[in-house]
Write a protein that binds this ligand. Structure first.
Ligand SMILES: Cc1cc2nc3c(=O)[nH]c(=O)nc-3n(C[C@H](O)[C@H](O)[C@H](O)COP(=O)(O)OP(=O)(O)OC[C@H]3O[C@@H](n4cnc5c(N)ncnc54)[C@H](O)[C@@H]3O)c2cc1C
Length: 456
């Protein structure tokens, strides 16, 4: 029997969209360029062009698109809301399946479960949950897609108190595999696929079409405090935070930002509590344990909220073009020394490193398996295309050196353009081997694009 895919012709593609609730465009269509441009949050124009883009309007569209792609030997890539820094869903050839219009949210307040489609953003979910007194550890940017965020693990708001990684709050998901079949996966049904969905990252051999999320009670009191110190004291500050061992409901972040004299380390903490008194105690648990004079306090116990956190995070992004890379490390002081050496050389003053205290979360048996008490991510940002190469080189040099003190990396902020060949650094060796084996088993013919850009 000849199992080779049918060659595609223009007639096939004219017939295919008639089966869709949504729309499809080929590279020859006048609207294609706009669809391609709008697919990416990052204002860099990635020169990778799928042959077809499908904007799904229904779960049935996902199945039809996979069937069409499989029959014609087109590799499928998947877009949630397009916030991948590397634009990793934009691949040459094949079919890009855009799920952003699937944005339904159903909340069951009694069970504290939200059923969420893949086009939902962090802000949309927070707004749907708040009237029920519920919350979920979404990402910090309000517009960030939940779908790519969760599949990569998700370092969410109040993550230390709420399960470590957001994906550990996933109770189940509905997915469509390479054969076009709709499956429900949880700890008992298709447990391998459920395992992979909790942190396996981009390029899984299936499309997630609905997530069932365990939600948390919305904290009645969220407050923020801030302080700053010179960049030369960043290492000392990290060590002081480690010694203080902040309580889980206090989120601790340090950004390196410009000040009048050069660069400063800006410490900010967020407390998630039931009362103002409890929130104060959470902030005090860190600030009272920092050595006297190490930081200069700026603000204490300021009212905050999910929306304020989204806006604060969005305010840090001031440019059009982005690249991002990260490490997880237990060697905070060494990372601080490396950052201090590279930051004065950054081509764009707007580029910001962010260090987040993770502590030592207990990891359940899931694909997410990266370890390291500090998350050290840098958002290189600039405006002019002519500066692309200088920023690429600078970020690469910084993270080549940080890799020497790393114990892992987080897939969702890993530079997949530059480091596709090193993606296994984001997983424990056994988890990476299991992911590869699973992917091969679920998608033996390579219907879906691989996580590694440049590979099918
Ligand atoms: C402004 C900004 C703020 C951010 N803040 C945070 C943060 O606080 N915490 C954090 O952890 N991360 C954060 N991120 C990173 C974020 O988690 C990733 O960019 C994530 O991929 C975004 O999800 P998305 O749905 O937009 O992904 P997309 O860019 O749409 O997709 C990325 C990849 O994920 C896979 N994918 C997406 N949806 C599906 C699906 N339904 N089925 C199968 N595969 C799928 C595909 O392989 C796709 O190529 C941030 C990113 C940005 C740009």
């Amino acid at each position: 029997m000849d199992l080779r895919p049918d060659p595609i012709d223009a007639d096939d593609f004219r017939v295919f969209p008639r089966h869709l609730d949504g729309k499809a465009r080929s590279r020859h269509h006048a609207e294609y360029a706009g669809w391609h441009r709008d697919a990416c949050w990052n204002g860099r124009r990635f020169e990778r062009f799928p042959e077809y883009i499908v904007r799904a309007q229904s779960i049935a569209d996902v199945g039809h698109s996979i069937d069409f792609a499989r029959r014609h030997g087109l590799s499928v890539s998947v877009r949630g809301r397009g916030h991948s820094y590397a634009g990793c869903f934009l691949r040459d050839n094949g079919l890009l399946l855009d799920l952003s219009a699937l944005d339904r949210i159903d909340v069951d307040p009694a069970a504290r479960i939200a059923a969420v489609q893949p086009g939902v953003s962090a802000r949309q979910l927070a707004q749907a949950l708040a009237p029920h007194g519920l919350a979920f550890p979404t990402g910090h940017g309000g517009d960030v897609g939940l779908s790519g965020f969760l599949l990569g693990g998700g370092l969410g708001i109040n993550f230390r108190a709420w399960g470590g990684m957001s994906a550990f709050n996933l109770r189940a998901l509905d997915l469509i595999g390479a054969d076009g079949e709709l499956l429900h996966a949880d700890a008992e049904h298709h447990p391998q696929l459920f395992w992979a969905a909790r942190g396996g990252g981009p390029g899984l051999g299936f499309v997630a079409v609905k997530f069932y999320l365990d939600c948390q009670p919305l904290p009645a009191c969220i407050t923020g405090s801030s302080a700053h110190t010179g960049l030369d004291r960043l290492g000392a500050l990290l060590q002081a935070v480690e010694r203080a061992d902040p309580p889980p409901a206090l989120q601790v972040m340090i950004a390196v930002v410009p000040d009048d004299d050069g660069l400063q380390a800006a410490l900010s903490t967020l407390a998630f509590a039931d009362t103002a008194q409890q929130a104060q105690a959470l902030h005090a648990a860190l600030f009272s344990r920092l050595p006297a004079g190490l930081v200069e306090p700026l603000a204490r116990d300021q009212p905050s909220s999910f929306e304020a956190i989204y806006r604060q995070s969005e305010a840090m992004l001031v440019s059009r073009r982005y690249r991002c890379d990260n490490v997880l490390t237990d060697r905070g002081a060494d990372a601080a020394r490396i950052l201090a050496a590279h930051l004065p050389l950054r081509p764009s003053p707007a580029s910001v490193p962010l260090l987040i205290w993770r502590g030592e979360p207990r990891l359940p048996d899931a694909a997410f398996s990266a370890r390291g008490r500090w998350f050290v991510s840098t958002y290189a940002q600039w405006d002019a295309e002519r500066d692309d190469e200088a920023n690429r080189r600078w970020l690469k040099a910084l993270y080549d050196e940080l890799a020497g003190v790393a114990s892992g990396a987080y897939i969702n902020e890993f530079d997949l353009e530059e480091r596709s060949a090193q993606v296994e650094r984001c997983f424990a060796p056994a988890n990476w081997a299991r992911l590869r084996e699973l992917r091969h088993r679920c998608d033996p013919d390579g219907v879906f694009h691989d996580v590694r850009i440049g590979r099918r």
